[in-house]
Design a protein around this ligand. Sequence first.
Ligand code: FES
Ligand code: FES
Length: 155
Amino acid sequence: MAQRKSLNVNGKAVQISIDDPEMPLLYVLRDNLGLRGPRFGCGLAQCGACTVHVDGQAVRSCSKPLSELAAQQKIVTLEGLGTPQKPHPLQRAFIEEQAVQCGYCINGMIMESAAFLTTNKKPTEAQVKEALANNLCRCGTHARIVKAIMRAAQA
Ligand code: FES
Ligand code: FES
């Protein structure tokens, strides 16, 4: 039987109807709320394409069941990080460095590094690489991605 679930997404309280409380957060974000920033990659918490923030922490939404989320927890997606008029420094830096090929991994790269930069505001390049070691990019855009993150950190 369908149940109501309350979430806080990008600063707004939302209510959704779900059949399965174990459904991954990613499906709700994309299918119920139309947020296409987070991507489905592996579905196994291994690639990072689906990363969002939950209370400021980077979380792999493909593997986060709704049952583990409470209404007051703050979920932020790429769409909530900045706007086209006022992009987040990382979003601006990725554009300035043209740090994208196919773009599939970029949601995860930005969301993971945004959470990382709140814990380390002036990282070294080695620390950035370590922070993103588990975010996969099949296009090999890593060098530009790291450059973009360093640019955002220095902004
Ligand atoms: S789709 Fe979630 S980590 Fe790959
Ligand atoms: S830019 Fe294509 S997967 Fe990273």
